[in-house]
Design a binder for this molecule. Structure first.
Ligand code: SAH
Length: 366
């Protein structure tokens, strides 16, 4: 079997340091400066490896843009404020948000746009996509690079690309799931020596059976805390869309996707997208602990339909050919439907906001 250059380096590291935790493997495969997936490839779209909501239809970014304008008004029109996106991919969502925002010149004038992106290659793609907007753009590497201003931040499929750790219940312990090298010289699954500290074991894992698999992501929770601490101190709101569950649980959700197919995550590292489901319950708890108001998560279908997806789709289809109208119908189905290939139920939306935030419809109570 021919290996990728990254596979050779990973095997060398395992030879020196011992089995590699899943989180470290994920970080290297996605963001290694020389051979990482996001640093080398442009993976999105119908011709790429996977398709995301903003790449399916402009409707997604338009609905999000209208929601952001309403949230900004509900917060008392802070001026100046930061309009930020974390993990913007090709920049399509921000492009559609900025186009929609033209309906409110005050909003556009008050906004300073920040893009939080780790991949230099994708930063270039984003610059190309967004140049038309005429808006000044600034790139940041982490949340802490953002100025001390009120912030409206959005992300789509950002958290699922951040590294997660896996642990397996063995006797009374939770041992870290790792990647080692077998006798044939291939990468394989194994467990390492690290045990999950008693204080870090989530409540849901009490009384789990031997062999149970637990995923946790300190990296995701740390970023959610940083976002929450920022809006607690300076005001604002964040809106996240992700492939997620709303309650913590068990099971292996680590997966690799290439050319719209699931592939073995240990084969050809650096050439496929690696993700795991996001635990919005854990992320919400981290945000709340850092002082944000956390609204109960809802499905992407609930969010989009409550924000007028069907009405907007109707407008977009008016006076168009039947081919275009059929395409719009198919896009609406993909974004908000409940079939196995649709995103409506699989994707969830998490919103958290500054303390004493008014209800930001469709997020009602908290
Ligand atoms: N939001 C886009 C792309 C999602 S893919 C869309 O919906 O189409 C994940 C994005 O997050 C990519 O742009 C990737 O380069 C970026 N990313 C992954 N890890 C990151 C990190 N640690 N910091 C900043 N950006 C990151």
């Amino acid at each position: 079997m021919s290996d990728t250059p990254l596979a050779d380096r990973i095997k060398q590291q395992i030879a020196i340091n011992g089995p590699m935790p899943v989180a470290d493997y994920m970080s290297l495969c996605l963001l290694d400066p020389k051979h990482g997936y996001y640093t080398q490839a442009e993976p999105f779209g119908t011709n790429g490896d996977f398709i995301t909501a903003p790449e399916i239809s402009q409707l997604f970014g338009e609905i999000v843009g209208a929601w952001l304008i309403n949230a900004w008004r509900a917060l008392g029109k802070p001026n100046p404020f930061v309009l930020a996106e974390a993990g913007p991919g090709r920049g399509t969502l921000m492009r559609d948000v900025l186009r929609t925002a033209r309906i409110d010149a005050e909003f556009v004038d008050a906004a300073t746009v920040y893009l939080i992106e780790a991949s230099p290659k994708l930063r270039e793609v984003q610059r190309e996509t967004l140049i038309q907007s005429g808006q000044e753009l600034t790139w940041a590497t982490t949340i802490s690079d953002l100025p001390s201003l009120p912030q409206l931040l959005v992300s789509n499929e950002f958290f699922d690309a951040l590294p997660a750790r896996q642990f397996i219940k063995v006797g009374d312990d939770w041992l870290e799931r790792c990647i080692g090298v077998n006798n044939n010289g291939d990468l394989h699954w194994t467990t390492g020596a690290t045990r999950l500290a008693k204080g870090d074991i989530p409540k849901v894992a009490n009384n789990a059976e031997t062999g149970s698999l637990l995923e946790i992501s300190p990296a995701r929770e740390a970023i959610a805390s940083e976002m929450a601490a920022h809006i607690q101190a300076h005001g604002g709101v964040v809106l996240h869309f992700d492939y997620s569950h709303t309650r913590s649980g068990f099971g292996d959700t680590f997966q690799a996707v290439k050319a719209h197919q699931f592939v073995d995550p240990l084969q050809n590292p650096g050439t496929a997208d690696l993700t795991s489901h996001v635990d919005f319950e854990a992320i919400g708890q981290a945000a709340q602990a850092s002082g944000a108001t956390v609204f109960p998560p809802m499905t992407q279908a609930e969010f989009l339909l409550n924000c007028g997806l069907l009405e907007r789709a109707g407008q977009l289809g008016t006076d168009k050919s039947s081919d275009v109208q059929n395409q719009i119908r198919a896009d609406v189905q993909r974004l908000a439907g409940d079939g196995p290939n649709d995103m409506g139920e699989l994707f969830k939306v998490l919103c958290f906001a500054q303390p004493d935030c008014p209800p930001l419809l469709p997020f009602a109570g908290n």
